[in-house]
Design a binder for this molecule. Structure first.
Ligand code: TMP
Ligand code: ASP
Length: 254
């Protein structure tokens, strides 16, 4: 296969020019980073699993009417996506206190929040993705008040839906991060779509029965069995056939 032109390399994915204008190929790597790139490592098979998990969740969200950048999975590590203008905002939803919220506000990890809380962060690695408010977003022109209404409405629907999906497989959705992008059509109209990925890299997932962490916190905090946790999420979603090993499915990279 002719080598595609690489457009961008991020921490977990590489983006290549797609086969048609307005499309890109996202290649999922096994590289993992945490704490804004200070901790680096490899989670064997993560790219394969996140490609699959994100495909599955994006397709389910499409079915309930959430517009996404996902077109189709191409192979074990790659998916075809719509090219979007990424909005430089990370939208985090929290159902249970964990991670940075516990540090910032002193709320013990595991405290159920009285309602889901949405936070915004400015997507800027050099600045360490600082937390921002709607005021910053509109004042600096990153998004309009209408865009923010769209993010909030989509994010809360996604949260309700994914909470149910994970509950059905014995997993509690603690929090997660979303990114959105803009697509401009021929008439100059703009649409906001869900972009990036949804995977154990950007969700906190706890086993309901045991409380065990099944997400990137295992890597961030050196809890061990990171690969096993990602595989278990995929297995419960019905993506990894029962008993299949990653080695067995990671052969067809092209
Ligand atoms: P936090 O508790 O560290 O703020 O993270 C909240 C959620 O957002 C958690 O599910 C992990 C995810 N997240 C990312 O996907 N990327 C990031 O850069 C950060 C800081 C968090
Ligand atoms: N993704 C971010 C990083 O690379 C932070 C995190 O997920 O912990 O550093």
């Amino acid at each position: 296969m002719a080598r595609r032109r690489q457009l961008y390399e991020g921490k977990a994915k590489v983006l290549f020019e797609g086969p048609e204008p307005g499309t890109l190929v996202a290649h999922f790597k096994d590289d993992a980073t945490a704490f804004n790139n200070q901790k680096r490592g490899t989670i064997t098979g993560k790219g394969v699993l996140n490609n699959r998990i994100s495909e599955f969740l994006m397709l389910r969200l499409h079915e309930i009417g959430i517009p996404t950048h996902f077109i189709r999975r191409l192979n074990m590590r790659e998916q075809l996506i719509r090219e979007v203008e990424i909005i430089p905002i990370e939208v985090v939803v929290r159902n249970v206190a964990a991670g940075s919220m516990t540090k910032r506000l002193g709320v013990p990890e595991g405290t159920a929040l009285p309602r889901s809380i949405v936070e915004f962060y400015y997507k800027n690695d050099e600045l360490g993705d600082p937390m921002i408010t709607e005021e910053h977003i509109t004042a600096f022109g990153w998004a309009s008040p209408q865009d923010i209404d769209d993010f909030l409405a989509m994010t809360l629907r996604i949260n309700d839906f994914l909470t149910g999906v994970f509950l059905g497989i014995g997993i509690k959705l603690i929090d997660f991060k979303l990114e959105f992008g803009r697509i401009y059509d021929e008439n100059g109209d703009v649409r906001i779509v869900l972009a990036d990925e949804i995977s154990p890299d950007n969700c906190r997932l706890w086993d309901i029965a045991t409380g065990e962490k099944m997400d990137k916190d295992r890597f961030r905090r050196d809890l061990g069995n990171v690969e096993g946790a990602y595989q278990e999420v995929a297995r419960r979603l019905g993506i990894l056939p029962e008993g299949a090993s990653l080695e067995a499915i990671d052969g067809d990279a092209e």
